[in-house]
Structure formats: C-alpha cells, structure tokens
Design a binder for this molecule. Structure first.
Ligand code: NDP
Ligand SMILES: CC(C)CCC[C@@H](C)[C@H]1CC=C2C3=C(CC[C@@]21C)[C@@]1(C)CC[C@H](O)C(C)(C)[C@@H]1CC3
Length: 416
C-alpha cells in the first residue's frame, strides 16, 4: 500500500544513487578497515588485499548474534521511564523504554567481569574484519525482512520517503516508519544500542590490545577512547531526545539506517582507535590539553544546543527557555530565534563537527586516514541540513523563510 498525498521528492540521487550507495558504503567500510592496519594507511589509494580467509571466521556470526541478543535482552529489562514518541499519522503515539544508559552500564559490568575472569578482550581486534562482514550481511538480510514486512503494514505506518514504488530505492530508504517485532522497536533499538555500544567496546578492545603490545595504552588512545565514550554515554543518557530526530520521525527503516547503525557506526567510527593501534603517535601533554579543550568546546555547543531545543519543544514555558525570542508558525509550534538557535540554524551540528575534529587530532597530522570521520561527517551534516531545511520549509512555510532571514548562516557563523 502506498501512503496518500503527493509523493515525496526522491533523495540520495533516486534509485541509481541508492544502488550506488549500497555498493559504495560497504566497500568504503572495508577499505577503511584494511587501510588502518596497512603500513602506508592511505585514505586514497588501494590498501593491500586482505590475506585469504581474513574476512571470515566461524566464530564471527556466533559472536555477533550473541551481542545482538544481549543488547535486545537489556532493552527488554524494566526501564526507569517509558517515553511517548511524536504523534503519528493515525494520531497514536508509540511508547519507548528509556533504559539505554542502563544497558551501557550493564554491558560495562559484564565486560569488566569477563576481563577479570580472563576474557581476552584485545583479541576482538583480530575479529574486526569477519565481524564487519557478518554485520554487513545481517544488514542486507534484515533490510529485506523489513521490506517484506512493510508489504503487510497499513498505509498509516509507512514513512513519507521510502514508498516511491521503486523497490531498490524503497529498500534503501526503508518503507515502514517504526517497524516493531513484538515489544522491540527495530529502528530505535538499532540506532542506540548494538552499534553505538559496540563502537565503544571495539575502542576498548583496541586500547587493551595496545596495552598488551606496548606495555600501556598511549595518551592518544586514552583521549580517543575518552572522547568517544563521552559521546556515546551522552547519547544514551539523553536517549529520549532521539525521539524527535529526523531518523525516528521521518525516515523509514531500510538499508541506509540498518547498515549505518549495525555496521558503519561500530566499524568506521572506531577508525581513529584502529589507526592508533597500528600506527602509534607521540602526543605531549600540552597538545593533549589543547585537544581536550577543543572537545570540551564542541561538546558544550552540541549539548547546549540540543538540550535547549529539547527543553523548548517539551515545554516552551520552562524557565530555562521561556525568555528566548521566538517566531510563531501556522502549525502552532514556535521556532527559537535567540540563544543557540539564533546563532546559526544548526548549532548542534557545529558542536558535533568540532568534536569530530578533536577525535582526529590525537592521531597527528602525518596521515589523512584518521580524518576520514571529519570529512564524511561534514558531508553527511551538510546534506542532512539541506534535507531538514526542505522539510522545515514544507512544515512552516513563511515562518521558516523569516527564520532564515533572521538567522542567515546554516552551520558555521559568517562562513556557511
Ligand atoms: N554522529 C553522527 O553520525 C550523527 C549525529 N547527528 C547529531 O544528531 C543530532 C540531531 O540531529 P538531527 O536529527 O539531524 O536534527 P536536529 O536536532 O537539528 O533537529 C532538526 C529539527 O529541529 C527543529 N528546529 C529547527 N530549527 C529550530 C528552531 N530554531 N527552533 C526550534 N526547533 C527547531 C525542527 O523540527 P520541529 O520543528 O518539528 O521540532 C527541525 O526539523 C545533532 O546533534 C547531530 O549533530 C546526526 C546525524 C549523524
Ligand atoms: C551509512 C550512511 C552514510 C548514513 C548512515 C547514517 C547513520 C550512521 C547516522 C544517521 C543518524 C545517526 C545518529 C547517530 C549515529 C549515526 C546515525 C545512525 C547518533 C545516535 C549518534 C549519537 C548522537 O548523540 C545522537 C544525537 C543520538 C545521534 C542521532 C543520529
């Protein structure tokens, strides 16, 4: 069934773009994994081909499925709070458990106990290629299952974007908005749990492996681990805020998010730590302090902007935001035009990008490879910003134009 109303414009270059991305994204991920462990560690240019069998281990599917099962079990544990999502087309609201931080703590306890009992965590680093292969295969199979499941879904459950009628495009973007298997909300679960927590676990394994190889982890490895743990911990602590993001409220759950959440995030976002294991970098305390300052500035902007908008959206009369200047829109919602959201139209992206820079700086400036995340993330956020602008223009019309007039810069003041 297709949703009613005018069809949404095609994004990501339509079916051709979607097909190209489905090949390019996994290829890029494997290129990065191989380049990080190769001598020259070139971002551009071909790394040496993997040794025969390096992409496969019979233990990998077992390990990966156990990890997914463990995170699903933590998801189903009693939550400190159950939050309601945005209103859906049929006027209903879905309920979501807020226990992501609890899952992170339980995972840390379990891994800690395992390590004390002799679990060789560092050996996980030798499994990254086979695990990435399993995660990629799982993302393809899972997206197929989701595509088929959407055939039975009512029109009101379909996403505005991924129902063009072209199977390749719809498979990529995702047809159903909030597919659920029993009590498990697939998109909400995948976006915050197995991939995000998996990312910090991989980082930790790389740190342990470095300690085993060189006697102790390097300062650079500590910084990368610390910064990214803060980012993931923050996401899970503010888990409820994800319910208003574009991914949850607008995008269907298809290959893009399934692959992004399950494979891309854990295996490419840990690239800096992977690079450092194979290419140790000297880092002195004064430089490390400057990098910590850069991360702190980025985090301050990112958290300040996200919290200000979330507080305002939940309760505009909250004393923390009640004094801010706003524009009224025809939908009854208001737009902030002072505070963080009066500085640029996406101050949260600016903070996120500054943090991305801080995550790469500990890797020195001899290689471009550890700066991949910063480059990719800039492209992702510029594209995401443009998509969000289109959606806001459709939602708010003239009020959005007025906001753009009052706040002319998108992400970086006086630059962009
Ligand atoms: N690490 C990663 O890989 C990624 C991280 N992120 C991060 O995720 C976070 C969420 O990003 P994202 O979901 O893209 O978007 P935002 O959190 O920026 O949300 C955009 C929405 O906010 C509302 N909004 C926009 N302007 C205003 C305003 N002036 N006043 C009030 N509300 C406004 C609109 O929705 P409405 O009016 O309907 O409320 C708009 O659609 C960001 O911090 C981003 O950096 C995002 C992608 C990837
Ligand atoms: C593989 C493709 C190129 C694109 C895939 C994009 C996804 C990897 C990202 C889309 C939005 C994301 C968000 C986060 C992680 C990356 C993905 C899934 C996020 C969970 C990271 C932590 C943040 O604090 C957040 C605000 C909760 C993020 C929400 C969006």
């Amino acid at each position: 069934m297709a949703p009613q109303g005018s069809p949404a414009p095609l994004e990501f270059g339509g079916p051709l773009g979607a097909a190209a991305l489905m090949l390019l994204l996994p290829a890029t991920m494997f290129h990065l994994l191989l380049a990080a462990r190769s001598g020259p560690a070139r971002l551009l240019g071909l790394p040496a081909p993997p040794p025969a069998g390096a992409l496969w281990s019979p233990a990998a599917p077992l390990l990966w499925l156990s990890w997914l099962g463990l995170q699903a079990a933590f998801y189903l544990l009693p939550a400190r709070k159950v939050a309601e999502g945005q209103e859906l087309k049929d006027k209903s609201r879905l309920r979501y458990p807020i226990n992501g931080f609890q899952a992170l703590v339980l995972t840390a306890l379990l891994v800690g106990l395992g390590v004390c009992a002799g679990l060789p965590l560092g050996m996980l680093t030798d499994m990254l290629l086979p695990l990435a292969a399993v995660a990629t295969l799982a993302a393809f199979l899972f997206s197929l299952l989701l595509y088929l499941k959407a055939l039975l879904a009512p029109a009101s459950a379909l996403a505005p974007g991924g129902n063009s009628g072209n199977p390749i495009y719809d498979f990529f973007l995702g047809r159903e908005l909030n597919p659920r298997i029993g009590p498990l909300d697939c998109k909400y679960f995948c976006e915050l749990r197995p991939g995000l927590i998996g990312w910090v676990l991989i980082n930790l394994a790389l740190l342990v492996q470095e300690a085993e190889l060189r006697g102790s982890p390097s300062l650079a490895m500590w910084l990368v681990n610390g910064f990214q743990l803060l980012y993931v911990g923050d996401a899970l602590w503010h888990e409820e805020a994800i319910l208003t993001t574009m991914d949850i409220t607008h995008d269907g759950f298809g290959f893009m998010l399934a692959f992004g959440d399950l494979a891309w995030v854990p295996f490419t976002y840990s690239l800096q730590a992977q690079f450092l294991l194979y290419h140790p970098q000297p880092l002195e305390l004064p430089m490390a302090s400057v990098i910590c300052l850069v991360n702190a500035v980025g985090y301050y902007i990112f958290r300040g902007a996200n919290s200000q908008k979330n507080t305002f959206r939940k309760n505009p009369s909250d004393p923390r935001v009640a004094g801010l200047e706003t524009i009224s829109t025809a939908t009854g919602k208001q737009l902030l035009v002072s505070g963080w959201w009066g500085m640029v139209r996406h101050p949260n992206y600016l903070g996120d990008l500054i943090m991305a820079l801080a995550w790469s700086l500990p890797c020195g400036v001899s290689h471009l490879l550890p700066y991949f995340y910063l480059l990719y993330f800039t492209a992702l956020l510029v594209h995401r910003e443009a998509r969000d602008e289109q959606q806001c223009l459709r939602k708010y019309g003239l009020a959005w134009r007025e906001y753009c007039r009052r706040v002319p810069y998108r992400i970086v003041p006086y630059v962009y």
